[in-house]
Design a protein around this ligand. Structure first.
Ligand SMILES: [Zn+2]
Length: 468
């Protein structure tokens, strides 16, 4: 175990020891912004060119727009791991994590030999979605700029959530070409450890694991602490999620999510929903340990403030649920205004449209939770912040996507120009409100990469029996 009192463990230096992993997590070189898709692929191609005998490349498929989805494999051992970037193409911290992991495996023999594993890395599994985020990647720390150029696919176009799912009235089989490529990667590797490289936006670090692994928790807490990033001890992302430990959650199942929504009296699988997650597929078919390290771009102590506030949790949910309902109405008005005069089939526009319904669902869920008897208790400051910032995030993200979609129409008629101008004014107001409420500070990208990288090594070392 890691020794927080600073005494030197006897295992100092051995690859995969707690001390070694903390050193590696803290040694990621400075990064300015995130790479474009072409820069990321050039980085991997360069590694492959410099180490042709040590790196194997396999093309898993092509994206819908014809971009390659490749998997790079390095090392050998009893264990096989799979690390995947771009599962949500708006979450690029993992692009550096993937590249840094590959570089280190190739230049550091101790690491290469030390974890008894063959590592398989897919740098970016959704290149088309990643391309639609490239407007902000060079300047990720300005939240307004980020949101204005942000793109996230709706549920049925997310590689992460488009694995087959059949449960009660839900049925989803429409795997994307990118999802089939990922499935083939998972089936080819049969991962012992499966790491989908996600990240969040605001607050602190939290994790998902597919099973309880208590021996891993001290490292998952210690790595961000060492790098000065708080744990997120506020709201879990969904009400049905179970915590194994502070900021470490069971990744849950979609069946649980369905039953939970059904019990709340809301539509459990509305139009635009996808299917099961890649992690669920890996766990069910290969028994993988799945790890997700969710990391924010901005840090604020508000996410760790467990003091009790005067407002009840029910009141916080009711207030923010209503704000989501208001957001839905604004988006719906904009979509209706452009309905007749715009082409909604392009990737940006059709996804912006689906989020109108998704925001309606989020509002309904939040309002339904507000009406539950267990919500009638004092809220903590962290919970209140989490709920309020979710509203800000939804406004900036999906308002931004709607505005970009409207603006992308070629030769807009006067009616569409008027709709776009109204949406632009509203969006400007949301930007001002979000900026006024903002007490956060940006986190150095190398620290974020360090946490994701360190958590991945810790899980791999744990499976190899070397995290002791
Ligand atoms: Zn994600």
């Amino acid at each position: 175990m890691f020794q927080p009192n600073g005494s030197v463990p006897t295992d100092a230096g051995r690859a995969g020891s707690p001390r070694d992993i903390l050193r590696r997590a803290g040694s990621v070189p400075p990064k300015a912004g995130f790479p474009t898709f072409e820069e990321l692929m050039a980085g991997f191609a360069d590694l492959q060119a410099r180490h042709p005998d040590a790196v194997q490349v396999r093309r898993l498929g092509m994206s819908r727009a014809g971009r390659p989805i490749d998997m790079y494999s390095i090392g050998s051992g009893r264990l096989s791991h799979l690390v995947v970037g771009g599962v949500h193409p708006n979450e690029p911290i993992g692009s550096w994590t993937a590249l840094h992991l590959a570089e280190q495996l190739l230049c550091d023999q101790d690491l290469h030999d030390g974890l008894d594993a063959r590592w398989n890395i897919i740098p970016c599994v959704d290149p088309d979605g990643y391309k639609l985020n490239e407007g902000w990647l060079a300047n990720p720390h300005d939240r307004g700029h980020y949101a204005r150029h942000f793109f996230r696919p709706s549920g049925n176009e997310q590689v992460e959530w488009t694995f087959p799912f059949h449960y009660k009235k839900a049925s989803f089989d429409a795997m994307l070409p990118e999802t089939r490529a990922l499935r083939d990667g998972i089936d080819g590797v049969g991962p012992d450890l499966y790491v989908a490289l996600h990240n969040s936006e605001m607050g602190g670090v939290y994790y998902y694991l597919s099973r309880e692994e208590p021996a891993l928790y001290p490292m998952l807490h210690e790595i961000p602490r060492q790098l000065g990033i708080p744990l997120n001890e506020g709201e879990p992302e969904a009400g049905f999620l179970k915590a194994y430990a502070p900021a470490i959650f069971a990744d849950g199942t979609l069946e649980d999510a369905y039953d939970w929504a059904e019990a709340l009296g809301i539509e459990p699988h509305p139009p635009g929903s996808g299917g099961d997650s890649s992690g669920s597929y890996a766990r069910r078919n290969h028994g993988s340990l799945c790890l997700i390290a969710e990391l924010p771009y901005w840090r604020t102590s508000q996410v760790s403030d467990t003091s009790v506030v005067e407002e009840t949790y029910a009141a916080v949910l009711a207030r923010t649920g209503q704000q989501m309902a208001d957001l839905t109405e604004v988006l719906q008005t904009a979509a209706s205004g452009g309905a007749e005069v715009m082409d909604w089939t392009g990737q940006l526009a059709r996804n912006a449209l689906v989020f109108v319904g998704m925001m309606h669902g989020a509002a309904q869920t939040t309002l339904a939770r507000a009406a539950q008897s267990e919500a009638n208790r004092p809220a903590t400051a962290a919970e209140r912040f989490g709920c309020e910032d979710t509203v800000r995030m939804f406004r900036l993200r999906y308002g931004g996507m709607m505005l970009r979609a409207l603006e992308s129409a070629p030769n807009p008629c006067p009616a569409l120009q008027a709709v776009t101008a109204r949406m632009s004014d509203q969006y400007e107001q949301w930007q001002v409100e979000a900026a006024a409420a903002d007490q956060s500070e940006p986190i150095a990208i190398e620290a974020l990469v360090g946490v994701q990288y360190g958590a991945t090594l810790a899980a791999a070392s744990h499976l190899a029996g070397r995290l002791v």
